[in-house]
Design a protein around this ligand. Structure first.
Ligand code: FMN
Length: 202
């Protein structure tokens, strides 16, 4: 039974990220394995996790986490078999809060698939390219199927003349199909990678 974390990558007030994550859950539940209760999608919201800026004295690759907040974060991420990262594009990359959350850990990301749902003026694709290279360094396994939502075409706004007003995801039809492909690719790799993954220490 695979559990996939939908990691909410933006923490700012007024963010679209949580709305996008809720859309991922809503559409993802149509996947047969999720609908049947044979696999699970769960939100991990970095705004709720509320990590400080990286304050561990030893790099995460050594696995000697000192702070209770790091140990809690390690237990959360370590309990999942794969990830779908929901990320906006900030200055052609992904949010610093997400980089910080990745840097805190190492073994907990390793040999687990990472799928992506991005958004931005150009679908957030540049953020995902950066995210893929960073996740590879912590031994996660990026998958190539991806959802790229346009802030112009895949959202509707409380005030249509103001793209900073509260937004809901209205994703064009092909986006839901792409998301189900991300979920399927993630689940198949969860199963494959579980066969090679070393148990976490402790
Ligand atoms: C600091 C910052 C930088 C941004 N830079 C980009 C960018 O380089 N490319 C882009 O397409 N959108 C950019 N945007 C627009 C965001 O994609 C858009 O505001 C999105 O809603 C942000 O995600 P969030 O609401 O979940 O935080 C930027 C937004 C912020 C706040």
């Amino acid at each position: 039974m695979s559990r996939i974390a939908v990691v909410v990558g933006s923490t700012r007030p007024g963010r679209k990220a949580r709305t996008v994550a809720d859309w991922v859950l809503e559409v993802g539940r149509r996947h047969p394995a999720i609908a049947a209760g044979d696999a699970f999608l769960e939100v991990v919201d970095l705004a709720e996790v509320a990590l400080p800026w990286l304050d561990e004295p030893v790099p995460a690759a050594f696995g000697r986490y000192q702070h209770p907040h790091t140990q809690r974060w390690a237990a959360t991420i370590g309990s999942f078999d794969g990830f779908i990262f929901v990320t906006p594009e900030y200055n052609h990359s992904y949010p610093a809060a997400l980089k910080n959350a990745i840097d805190f850990l190492f073994a907990e990301w390793a040999d687990k698939p990472a799928g992506f749902v991005s958004y931005g003026l150009a679908g957030g694709v540049r953020a995902v390219e950066h995210l893929k290279s960073v996740l590879s360094e912590v031994r996660a396994v990026p998958i190539s199927s991806q959802v790229a939502l346009s802030v112009f075409e895949d959202f509707s706004y409380a005030d249509p003349s103001d793209p900073t007003s509260p937004a809901t995801v209205t994703a064009r039809g092909h986006q839901a199909a792409s998301l189900l492909e991300v979920v399927e690719d993630c689940l198949s790799r969860c199963r494959a990678l579980a066969t090679v993954r070393a148990p976490l220490p402790g």
